[in-house]
Every structure is written in structure tokens, then in C-alpha cells.
Design a protein around this ligand. Structure first.
Ligand code: HEM
Length: 426
């Protein structure tokens, strides 16, 4: 059965719940038992087959024909009719983008939309990211205490993303709210009551995306990736379709900003907890690029992704039927001892840190990975240079409950203002 209903389920598989508790706190640790004993298991709580080992997760990513990405943006918790009616009242019609498009349409579309992601175009954002980061640090450096999420980490990636996409800057706080609604709508387990409120918010986000698109269509020479997509839509309406444009406008705002904001927060939290890694990058900024990869491996911001089988297949020794839905947990794969020696130790010098699967792998691998890397490196360069005496404040970390996007809601840090390095010091 595609839904695994007839399969024997172990107690631990039955207890697996990616919406609360251990998985929210540390998804890799929560699946250590699975990596050791039951690398592929059916989870009755979600209706998904969970895949936890490196080789299996990579094999699934490697074959988008057998393992279709069609379910990547499906609501993991189905909405009741009432909430679906609310969505329909906004004309909501989220459809295929790139990330959930099947072959051959996906590769044709990706090819005509690739130019903007080439290295020279990414490099063009370097100075802007630097200036933005410096402005944010300037605003709090004399305070001695800050919530980095609130005071810099979500806004930098959102500003950079809008500029990269060519989307006019609008109410940033509202876009952040929209993005969180989209995340819970797609990967969360909202209560029935919350689903109604969420449906309104997601519906408004959908309409907002449509309005932005219309405004952008009126500027035929606009700069940015979405402007490029609009021009490709005019040239190849069968490859870059109208439905794609509207769906992508909504999905990309989230994909380009929440992922990167969470990655930065996870990285800083991890480096400051570790201490040694933080001190090392403060002394030698050349260590930052590999430290970023190790942070993405150890505590990535996209922790699980989805696929659906188009025919029966064996994954990790388990026979799965056509139609089976997979939750492939990259956070767990990234802690697999068979790929990473001492996988649970954080080591910014690790020589295969870039093997992590946080950006996915293969045909759909993240197109924005180098923009994200650029942002993460600059954020760490600026913070380690200007606030080397930064420390984590006493706090309880909380996470937006969902299967896939992970980063702390807040990240309180402290430092002794009297010990701030002199301004202008390099
Ligand atoms: C796809 C992660 C930042 C644009 C993906 C996928 C993952 C991912 C897991 C699916 C990969 C697969 O199926 O193999 C991340 C992480 C980021 C990040 C962890 C930050 C640390 C960005 C940024 C942008 C972006 C900044 C855009 C500016 C995309 C696009 C795709 C994608 C367009 C779809 C590619 C395709 O299906 O062909 N990303 N992403 N991402 N990402 Fe990212």
C-alpha cells in the first residue's frame, strides 16, 4: 500500500513526530536510532516513509524520474473543506514552480532561467550585502545585547532576495509574516482553528504575489530574476508558463529569504556554543567559507524535503510501492557516520563538509546556493571582526513547528561594549 497502512510499524517509527519535541530541537539526534537500525520506516503520524541515511537520501535526490518532486510544496497537513474554501475565495492556485516540477518541463525551465544565477551576477550583490550588514551592526553595536534574528538576520536576506528578484521593496514585516504562514501551510501541523486564519493569510500572500507580478510586467526593462522570468514567459509561454510565474513569485520570496535567515541564525548559535570554532574564525577570516559549510552540514536550515515514487522501488533495503510519499531528512543524512567521520562533532576544518545535502542534490539542487553562501560568509565576517567578544545570552530556543525549515525564532547575544574593537580596525 502506498500509505504503508498494512506494514508492520516499530514502536519508534510509530512515535516519530516531526512537528513537536525532539525533532524540532535536533532532527539529526531524533533520528539517530533510525540511522542505526531502521534507515527507512513508515511514519503513521505523517503518512510518509522517512529516509534518514546519507546514501539513501542522496540516491533519492539523484533520480527525479523515479522519485518525483511533485509533492514538495503540498500541504503536509491537509486542510479541511472550510479552509480550502477560504483559499479558493482568494483565487489561490499554487501550482508547479521549479522545485516541484517534473521532467522534462523542469530542466527546460531551469535552463532558460539559469543566467541570473551565474557567478558574475551573484558577485554583483557582494557590496550591497556588506553595506546592509554593516548598517545593521552599526545600529546595535553600542547596546551590548541584541536579538540577532530580529535585528539583522531576517531582514538582510529578505532585502537581498527582493533585490535579486527585482521585486520592489514593500512592507518587509508583512512579507515576513506571509513567509511564516507559507511555511506552516506547507510543512506544519496547524490546528483546525489555525488553518482558517492561515488560509486567509496565505490567500492574501497569493494575491499580493499576483499584484507584484502585474506591476513588474508593466516595466519591460526591469532588472532581476523575476523580470528575466517575465521576459522568458513572453518568449516561451509554454516553458515559463503564467501559472509558473504566479506560483514562483510566492514561493521564491520564501525560498530565498527564510532559508538563508535560518541558516545564519543556526550558524551563529552553533559557532558561539562551540566557542573554539568562533575564536578560530575571529583570528582568521579565511576559515569562514569552510566554517559556513560545516554549519550547513551540522545545523542546516532545510532539514527535510519530499519526493513521491512513480514506480515501485527499493530504498535502503525496504521495498516501497508506487505512490509512496517520502520524507527525506537531510539533517539526519548530514550526521551519518558512514559519510562524515565523527559526524556529531562540529569541526570547521572538516575536509568533506561540502558533501552536506542541505542544498539538495542533482537536477533540482538549490539554484541560490552561492547567493546564500555569499550572505552567510559576509554576515560571519562582519560579526567576527566587529564583535569577536560576542557570547550567547541565557535563553530558551524555540522553533516554528514544521518538518522542513529550521532556525531559532530568536537569538539573543551579549557583549561587553567597553571591549568593542576600535571602529575602522580591520
Ligand atoms: C531549491 C535549500 C537559499 C532558490 C532548493 C532545495 C533546497 C534548497 C533543499 C531543493 C533541492 C533539491 O530538490 O535537490 C536552500 C537553503 C538555502 C537556500 C538551505 C539557504 C541557506 C536559496 C536562495 C535562493 C534559492 C537564496 C534564491 C535566490 C532556489 C531555487 C530552487 C531551490 C530557485 C529550485 C531549484 C530547482 O528545482 O531546480 N533550495 N536554499 N535558494 N532554491 Fe534554495
Amino acid at each position: 500500500h502506498a500509505d504503508g497502512a498494512a506494514c508492520p510499524v516499530s514502536d519508534r517509527a510509530r512515535a516519530f513526530d516531526p512537528f513537536t519535541g525532539a525533532y524540532q530541537i535536533d532532527p539529526a539526534a531524533a533520528l539517530a536510532w533510525s540511522r542505526a537500525e531502521e534507515p527507512v520506516f513508515y511514519s503513521p503520524e505523517t503518512g510518509y516513509w522517512v529516509v534518514s541515511c546519507y546514501a539513501d537520501v542522496k540516491a533519492v535526490f539523484r533520480d527525479p524520474l523515479l522519485f518525483s518532486p511533485c509533492n514538495v510544496l503540498e500541504k503536509i497537513t491537509p486542510f479541511p473543506d472550510e479552509a480550502m474554501a477560504v483559499l479558493a475565495s482568494y483565487g489561490y492556485a499554487m501550482n508547479r514552480t521549479l522545485v516541484n516540477e517534473d521532467e522534462p518541463a523542469h530542466t527546460e525551465r531551469r535552463r532558460v532561467l539559469m543566467a541570473h544565477f551565474l557567478p558574475a551576477n551573484i558577485e554583483a550583490h557582494r557590496d550591497r550585502v556588506r553595506v546592509l550588514t554593516r548598517e545593521k551592526v552599526d545600529a546595535f553595536i553600542a547596546k551590548g545585547r541584541a536579538d540577532l534574528v530580529e535585528e539583522m538576520l531576517w531582514e538582510i536576506p529578505l532585502t537581498v532576495a527582493l533585490h535579486f528578484l527585482g521585486v520592489p521593496e514593500s512592507d518587509m514585516a508583512r512579507l515576513r509574516e506571509f513567509s511564516m504562514a507559507h511555511t506552516v501551510n506547507t510543512w506544519g501541523r496547524p490546528s483546525r482553528e489555525d488553518q482558517i486564519a492561515l488560509a486567509h493569510e496565505v490567500g492574501r500572500f497569493w494575491q499580493f504575489a499576483g499584484e507584484v507580478l502585474n506591476r513588474m510586467r508593466a516595466e519591460p526593462h526591469g532588472q532581476g530574476w523575476m523580470h528575466e522570468a517575465i521576459r522568458q514567459n513572453a518568449l516561451h509561454p509554454d516553458i515559463v508558463t503564467d501559472s509558473y510565474l504566479h506560483s514562483m513569485m510566492m514561493a521564491i520570496i520564501v525560498a530565498a529569504h527564510e532559508t538563508t535567515a535560518h541558516a545564519a541564525a543556526n550558524a551563529i548559535k552553533l559557532l558561539l556554543t562551540d566557542g573554539a570554532g568562533w575564536r578560530a574564525i575571529c583570528e582568521d577570516a579565511a576559515l569562514i567559507p569552510n566554517a559556513v559549510e560545516e554549519c550547513l552540514r551540522y545545523a542546516g536550515s532545510v532539514v527535510a524535503w519530499r519526493r513521491q515514487l512513480t514506480s515501485p522501488a527499493t530504498v535502503g533495503g525496504t521495498d516501497l510501492p508506487a505512490g509512496a510519499k517520502l520524507l527525506i531528512v537531510m539533517a539526519s543524512a548530514n550526521h551519518d557516520e558512514r559519510q562524515f567521520q565523527n559526524a556529531d562533532s562540529f569541526d570547521i576544518y572538516r575536509d568533506n563538509a561540502t558533501d552536506h545535502l542541505t542544498f539538495g542534490y542533482g537536477a533540482h539542487q538549490c539554484m541560490g546556493k552561492n547567493l546564500a553562501r555569499l550572505e552567510l560568509r559576509i554576515i560571519l565576517e562582519e560579526l567576527s571582526r566587529r564583535l569577536p567578544h560576542l557570547r550567547l545570552a541565557e535563553q530558551e530556543f524555540t522553533y516554528l513547528p514544521n518538518t522542513s525549515f529550521r532556525g531559532p525564532d530568536h537569538l539573543w547575544v551579549e557583549w561587553d561594549v567597553a571591549a568593542n574593537p576600535a571602529e575602522g580596525a580591520e
